[in-house]
Write a protein that binds this ligand. Structure first.
Ligand SMILES: [Zn+2]
Length: 203
């Protein structure tokens, strides 16, 4: 299981944003999926306590199901972004279905310019079609927070070990990740701050 996205993959897809080089020690905390009634309130509470902002890549279907949570994410000053309407796999679904699915989510957030493909999977053709309208955001640090076999201590240690200036870190805003987030989100944020990192939402 990769925590850190291999350099070769980053070089192979230069139109995707994997990291954001900067001189201010800025890093980007991102949460995928949701809104989720189990997990979103917990994440929002933690981020508020830590006085930091994050970027939420949201699923359109979930936004329609939980509009009050969608509103709460925005009201808390976080950045919302497109993670498709129904979380299709970009290696399996055909081009027009896939683009329509993204468009359907985009109608719920017309100002948005960011897209993150579900599972991080996109074909070169889909990249080419999407990059005209969106900034395509992946990551350099993937936490595996949702995975049954992930040990909370290791999730935290991996993030702290691999994060550097410009890192884009992925946690999950879904039911499966809640158990791990409860154990490590606060400490991970605190220790990243102690290392001098600044949490940015400016893309
Ligand atoms: Zn996802």
């Amino acid at each position: 299981m990769f925590v850190k996205t291999p350099k070769i993959i980053q070089y192979l897809f230069p139109s995707i944003i994997w990291r954001k080089e900067n001189l201010q020690n800025n890093i980007w905390l991102t949460f995928d999926d949701g809104p989720s009634p189990e997990t979103t309130p917990f994440i929002l509470k933690r981020l508020k306590e830590e006085k930091i902002k994050a970027t939420f890549f949201l699923i359109g279907k979930q936004i329609e199901r939980y509009p009050e949570l969608f509103k709460k994410i925005i009201d808390n000053g976080h950045v919302i972004a497109n993670h498709s309407y129904s979380h299709q796999n970009g290696w399996k679904s055909n081009l027009s279905n896939y683009l329509n699915d993204i468009e359907k989510c985009q109608r719920l957030m017309p100002e948005n310019k960011l897209f993150r493909p579900p599972y991080g999977k996109l074909s070169p053709l889909k990249i080419w079609c999407l990059k005209k309208n969106y900034k395509l955001i992946l990551w350099d640090i993937f936490t595996w927070d949702f995975h049954l076999n992930s040990k909370p201590k290791e999730i935290k240690e991996n993030v702290l070990k691999h994060t550097r200036s410009g890192s884009i870190i992925v946690f999950h805003n879904n039911k499966k990740s809640l158990k791990n987030l409860k154990l490590i989100l606060k400490e991970t944020i605190t220790e990243l701050k102690e290392k001098g990192f600044v949490f940015s939402t400016s893309w």
